[in-house]
Design a protein around this ligand. Structure first.
Ligand SMILES: [Zn+2]
Length: 258
């Protein structure tokens, strides 16, 4: 099994898993990068996973559609082209891999994540997750349709997964997120190391993703709402108190205008 990040648009990644014959893709906002990869590696597309309804995640569905191609997506959102509506607690199986469906609404009303506790199976059993626009390296998605509390709960849910989990986010926003993270926590040494690491990856033209949950717990302010330095920064930016939900809300509003 191979895991690939197919670049799309200015800063999206369409994640692909393939076994040399069949491929699965996640959030194909554009069909062209998917078709190119299928052709390049000689693959047949046999499943699509969708996390939420935004156009840069579903725009390629109509061009990729086939009668025998299952397209899994959130039942709480009406997405043209989804053939298998799924909800929290469901499991999607593909070529021996198992993806649990987790409700992580907040960015959109029905946003879901796909979490594979056994990762890519025999190839690499490290847990793996497709988190769409809920969590990015160093940041989190904007709260468009849900509430701050929903988004905070979604991130807390992700934080419960094993620390080794590889997180496949849908956007290369890392360096800009890390500038904000450093404004929140200028003295976080792990964050400084992550910035240097990601800058060298980008300078080499490589993705900074997947990240790992362990890394994010150490550097992502939105997962660090109980850290004293993050609480202090939030209090200086209109958080009413140091309750984790208050800290999260203040950080998210601050980031919106950063
Ligand atoms: Zn989105």
């Amino acid at each position: 099994m191979n895991l690939l990040a197919l670049p799309a648009f200015a800063d999206n990644y369409i994640w692909m898993i393939h076994n040399g014959a069949e491929a699965l893709v996640v959030d194909p906002g554009d069909a062209a990068p998917v078709s190119d990869a299928l052709k390049r590696y000689g693959l047949k597309l046999t499943a699509i996973l969708v996390t939420h309804h935004h156009g840069d995640h579903v725009g390629g569905l109509s061009a990729l559609q086939r009668n025998d191609l299952p397209v899994y997506g959130p039942g709480a959102e009406h997405i043209a082209g989804v053939t298998h509506a799924v909800a929290d607690g469901d499991t999607v199986s593909w070529n021996g891999l198992r993806f649990g469906v987790h409700d992580v609404s907040g960015h959109t009303r029905g946003h879901i994540a796909y979490f594979a506790p056994e990762g890519l199976g025999d190839t690499d059993p490290t847990p793996l997750a497709f988190v769409g626009d809920t969590l990015f390296s160093g940041g989190c998605g904007r709260v468009f349709e849900g509430t701050m509390d929903q988004m905070h709960r979604a991130l807390n849910r992700i934080a419960q997964w094993p620390a080794s989990t590889r997180l496949c986010a849908a956007h290369e926003y890392t360096l800009s997120n890390l500038r904000f993270a450093q404004a929140v926590e200028p003295d976080n040494a792990a964050l400084a190391r992550h910035v240097a690491h990601c800058e060298s990856l980008r300078a080499a033209g490589l993705p900074t993703l997947p990240t790992t949950l362990a890394t994010e717990l150490a550097i992502n302010p939105f997962l660090r709402c109980t850290a004293p330095a993050v609480q202090s920064a939030a209090l200086a930016h209109d958080a009413p108190d140091t309750a984790p939900a208050s800290v999260f809300g203040a950080l998210r509003l601050w980031k919106n205008t950063f």
